[in-house]
Design a protein around this ligand. Structure first.
Ligand code: SF4
Ligand code: SF4
Ligand code: FES
Length: 489
């Protein structure tokens, strides 16, 4: 047996004007789950505690709660000491019981066709990854788009895609999905990461529905403009100043001192065309830390803006051109500095070379300590770095080398999935929330590692927003100033 202390969210609409937490200490068996803790509280301390469960084995989805802020199935999650248990972030009926009905009602049902048509093996294989939903609504409880706009949500989208693949259904699934907010999804991937059944809703449902919507002429005009630009210029944004590839003016940048590794630099449209100075800062940091950088000029857009918006007809051309630009280089890995490019190269390409984000490169090979700058900074996790590439600790490790770090919740800023260009009012609403979190955490500097986040957040906070590479370089300049060395330009 072991003792568990749990802070539990309490709210009874009949007696409470607002919610509060109560602390319980109960004895449970070793290996007990959160559901066992709730039973122990209910049976031995407070029989009024309301919580929901049925199967006790991860099959019915009814026991979902938040454990230390993260949605989980109470019956599957092992209980640790000193935990906080809250309801999902949905309307609360009592204590840990939330109102599921309004969301479950939006999940479409099969509309049977008149003739008998059975799914083929290939239909079944395509349907399979979308079929195992247990309607726990963990995904719905974390969806940022649903909080600021009319969007039916991730599992309803999953069901539309699942039905669109089923020959027994005659509903107009694509038109329905568009009406229900298909283009409001920011591709943040939060729904996938909390799903206990590991259903990849963004890539297996939303992007697929967007690709089908494209064939039916539903693609948003702004997204069509981006696709036309990529086809015409190879880049997803227009040129407004000399690009990084023009400014850098060489194919190879040698580091000062011993060479620890050689990387091929995949710069991406935003850092090439709109934020070339940040890419140049990254080169200085890499040079100082023994990383040789090869910069093939033939590289073009990775295709992320097309994949996320379902415009796939030009994608193979982009993939081939980018792979050819790097495949014969003598490099240890291709390095990305844009979270979106990195996630695309890692997850949407089959590359004959390793792909690593700059934060992985710098922490893997180690960096010289910069001077500690007198800032209290917060870090915004780019969705395509945190969830798209599972990179959480490396940027924090680098940031702590140069400034003090204060945390804020990791949520989407609203700039991804084509939302900033296609539905700017939604992007602005999410950006505003991000600005509010920055204000609340008391930071005087915001650091991130994605050009889209950097641009978007800068429009919603009065604090400076900088890339990690730029802040590291500022730390090196300060160090050189203090030690009397020539300062890095
Ligand atoms: S990817 Fe993000 S915005 Fe899109 S449905 Fe999932 S949680 Fe919602
Ligand atoms: S998709 Fe996953 S997280 Fe969402 S309701 Fe279904 S099982 Fe739960
Ligand atoms: S009680 Fe059924 S999934 Fe947890």
């Amino acid at each position: 047996m072991k003792q568990i202390t749990a802070r539990v969210y309490r709210f009874d609409p009949e007696t409470d004007s607002e919610a509060h937490f109560e602390e319980f200490n109960v004895a449970v068996n070793d290996g007990a789950r959160i559901l066992h803790v709730l039973h122990a509280i209910h049976d031995s301390v407070d029989a009024t505690l309301a919580f929901r469960y049925c199967c006790g084995s991860g099959q019915c989805g009814s026991c979902a709660v938040r454990l230390n802020g993260e949605p989980v199935l109470a019956c599957m999650e092992e209980a640790q000491d000193n935990i906080t248990i809250e309801p999902l972030n949905l309307p609360v009926k009592k204590d840990l019981v939330v109102d599921l009905a309004p969301f479950l009602e939006t999940i479409a049902s099969l509309k049977p066709v008149d003739t008998l048509k059975m799914p083929t093996k290939s239909d079944i294989d395509m349907i399979k990854p979308l079929r195992s939903c247990i309607e726990c609504l963990c995904c719905v409880s974390v969806c940022p788009a649903m909080e600021v706009t009319k969007f039916v949500g991730p599992t309803a989208m999953r069901q539309e895609m699942r039905l669109s693949l089923d020959p027994r259904d005659h509903g107009n699934r694509i038109a329905d999905a568009v009406k229900e907010g298909l283009f409001t999804c920011t591709s943040c991937q939060a729904c996938w990461k909390v799903c206990p059944k590991d259903i990849e809703i963004p890539s297996k449902a939303i992007e697929k529905l967007r690709a089908l919507a494209n064939k039916c002429g539903f693609t948003l005009p702004k997204h069509q403009e981006v696709a036309a630009l990529v086809k015409e210029t190879g880049r997803s944004v227009t040129r407004i100043e000399p690009t990084f590839l023009e400014l850098v003016n060489t194919d190879i940048v040698e580091p000062s001192g011993t060479v620890k590794a050689t990387v091929g630099f995949f710069v991406g449209c935003m850092y090439n065309m709109r934020l070339p100075k940040t890419a140049l800062d990254a080169i200085e940091v890499l040079k100082r830390n023994g990383i040789r950088v090869i910069i093939p000029k033939e590289q073009i857009c990775c295709g992320s803006p097309l994949i996320r918006t379902g415009q796939l007809d030009f994608l193979d051309t982009l993939r081939k051109r980018n792979i050819d630009a790097f495949r014969f280089q003598k490099i240890d890995a291709v390095m990305t500095i844009c979270a979106g490019c990195g996630s695309t190269l890692k997850n949407d390409y089959r590359t004959p070379f390793a792909v690593l984000d700059i934060n992985e490169i710098l922490t893997k090979f180690g960096i010289e300590s910069p001077a500690h700058l007198p800032f209290r900074a917060t870090y915004h996790d780019p969705c395509h770095l945190l969830r798209g590439q599972d990179i959480r600790e490396q940027p924090r490790q680098l940031i702590r080398e140069v400034v003090d770090l204060v945390e804020m919740p990791s949520v989407c800023c609203g700039s991804g999935g084509g939302v900033k260009s296609g539905i700017p009012e939604e992007a602005a609403a999410l950006g505003k929330r991000r600005g509010e979190e920055i204000r609340k955490c008391g930071a005087d500097l915001v650091i991130t590692s994605c050009p889209f986040c950097e641009f978007h957040i800068a429009g919603h906070t009065d604090k400076p927003v900088k890339n990690i590479a730029t802040v590291l370089l500022e730390g090196y300049r300060e160090k050189d100033r203090k030690t009397g060395k020539p300062v890095v330009p």
